[in-house]
Write a protein that binds this ligand. Structure first.
Ligand code: ADP
Ligand code: MG
Length: 219
C-alpha cells in the first residue's frame, strides 16, 4: 500500500501542476482583459481532463483496497496462508523462516478480505526490511504469526526478531508519512491502522518483545 500511495502521489503531481498553471493563466488573462470565450472553453476542457485523470487514479486505489466491494465471511486461516504464500518467494530469498500457530478454531469474520490481506502483507514486508537493515544478526531470522480467539475478540500477532524499534521511534510508526527508511513512504502502517479502525472495527498496536517487534491486530 505504501508503494501504491507513492505511485498516486507521483501520478498526481503532474496533473495538479498543470491545473494550477492553467488556473493561473486564466487569472492573469482575466486581469488583463485578454481572455475570449473560445480560449476559456479550451482551458476548462484541459482542466476537466486533468481532473478526470486524478479521479481515475483514486478509483484504481479504491479497487486495490477492496476488490470485493462487499464484506465476506472470511476464514482467517486461509487468509493468512494466502499472505504467506504471496510473500514466500521473497521470504525464502532472504533466508527467513515463517512459523505459524493459528488457533482461530474455524471462526469466520465478516470483513473486506483484500484489506486485511494487504495489511498482513505489509507487516511481513516491514519485518523483511527490518532484517535487511539489521545486517549483523547471526541468529535465525524468524517471523511468527499467531492467531487466537479470546471471547468475542480475535487476535492476529505477527512477531519478528529483526532487532525491534527504538523507544524514540515506536510512538510514531503509525503516523502518516513516518519512515526511517531511505526510500520508505511511511504510509503502510498509517493506512493499516486507519483501515483496521474504520473498516474492520478493530485495533492494532506494536511493541518490542525479545529481540524484535510484535504487531498485534485485534478484530
Ligand atoms: N518489523 C519492524 N521492525 C522494525 N521497525 C519497523 C518494523 N515495522 C515497522 N517499523 C518501523 O516503522 C516505520 C513505518 O513503517 P511503514 O508505515 O510501513 O512505512 P515504511 O515501511 O515505508 O517506512 C518504518 O520506517 C520502521 O522504522
Ligand atoms: Mg512499510
Amino acid at each position: 500500500m505504501g508503494g501504491m500511495m507513492a505511485a498516486i502521489t507521483h501520478q498526481w503531481k503532474q496533473p495538479l501542476t498543470t491545473i494550477s498553471s492553467i488556473v493561473m493563466l486564466i487569472k492573469f488573462k482575466l486581469e488583463n482583459n485578454d481572455l475570449d470565450l473560445k480560449e476559456l472553453n479550451k482551458k476548462i476542457e484541459q482542466i476537466d481532463s486533468n481532473i478526470y485523470f486524478l479521479a481515475e487514479t483514486i478509483d484504481d486505489f479504491k479497487n486495490f483496497l477492496s476488490a470485493k466491494k462487499t464484506k465476506t465471511q472470511c476464514n482467517l486461516n486461509k487468509l493468512i496462508q494466502r499472505a504467506i504464500d504471496l510473500s514466500s518467494d521473497e521470504i525464502m530469498a532472504n533466508d527467513i523462516i515463517i512459523h505459524q500457530d493459528l488457533n482461530f478454531s474455524n471462526k469466520t469474520i465478516l470483513l473486506y478480505e483484500n484489506e486485511l490481506l494487504h495489511i498482513i502483507l505489509n507487516i511481513i514486508q516491514n519485518a523483511k526490511e527490518a532484517f535487511k537493515e539489521n545486517k549483523e544478526t547471526e541468529t535465525t531470522k524468524m517471523i511468527k504469526i499467531i492467531g487466537s480467539v479470546q471471547g468475542d475478540a480475535t487476535y492476529i500477532s505477527i512477531m519478528d526478531n529483526a532487532g525491534g524499534i527504538s523507544s524514540e521511534q515506536l510512538p510514531h510508526i503509525f503516523e502518516e508519512n513516518y519512515t526511517t527508511k531511505q526510500s520508505g513512504t511511511g504510509l503502510g502502517l498509517y493506512l493499516s491502522k486507519v483501515i483496521i479502525q474504520e473498516h474492520l472495527g478493530g485495533s492494532i498496536e506494536a511493541k518490542n518483545i525479545g529481540d524484535g517487534t510484535m504487531f498485534r491486530i485485534r478484530l
